[in-house]
Design a binder for this molecule. Structure first.
Ligand code: CTP
Ligand code: MG
Length: 176
């Protein structure tokens, strides 16, 4: 039982790492090209093409390396699955910023819960659409639900920890 839970958490690593890698690769042209909706930015300057693509590719690559190390037990040989997880994370991060801008919040302003879970929602949307049976098996059936609950507990702790490190390393402007 716990073995499957641990595997399910390891499988989620591309989504857990993509965001941090986006901080490193980010910069340049914003994804909304500076456009506004009403008098507020659509996504803001914190969401760039380089961050989105860099985070997605790096996270997926990490998943691919984990796949090479662990064999088919993790992703059942779906080679695009790590990339679905990492790009899903980056997509969820965009949804979070979209909501924050509509709420009238500036780039980097802190919204508890939304900041920690937006990427999980985006990841699940993308993996359900692209790898439905694997997702249901890994996160929604008996041991899967335990995996999902464990993930939900681990995610905010990891997110906060990594962001504090990023802030101390001067990679990030805020410690959240
Ligand atoms: N980043 C990026 N492109 C992305 C996602 C992130 O360039 N698609 C980089 C940006 O430099 C961003 C940093 O990673 O500032 C941290 O990401 P995040 O905390 O998600 O962005 P915020 O700046 O806090 O902006 P927002 O308020 O929209 O979340
Ligand atoms: Mg932020």
């Amino acid at each position: 039982m716990w073995f499957e839970v641990i595997l399910g958490i390891i499988a989620f690593i591309p989504a857990l790492t993509a965001n941090s890698l986006a901080v490193i690769s980010g910069g340049g042209t914003p994804m909304d090209f500076g456009r506004k909706l009403g008098n507020k930015r659509i996504l803001g300057d914190g969401k760039t093409w380089r961050g989105f693509i860099g985070g997605g590719l790096f996270g997926g690559l990490i998943g691919f390396l984990i796949h090479l190390a662990m064999g088919s037990v993790l992703y059942s040989n779906y080679l695009l699955l790590p990339f679905a997880l990492s790009f899903g994370c980056m997509f969820g991060d965009l949804l979070g910023s979209l909501v924050k801008r509509r709420m009238g919040l500036n780039r980097g302003e802190n919204v508890p819960v939304l900041d920690q879970y937006d990427f999980v929602v985006g990841t699940f949307i993308v993996i359900i659409l692209t790898h439905y049976s694997w997702t249901v098996e890994t996160y929604f059936t008996d041991h899967g639900l335990l995996t999902l609950i464990s993930l939900m507990i681990i995610v905010p702790v990891l997110h906060r920890g990594v962001n504090i490190i990023g802030y101390k390393m001067k990679m990030k402007k805020e410690p959240w």
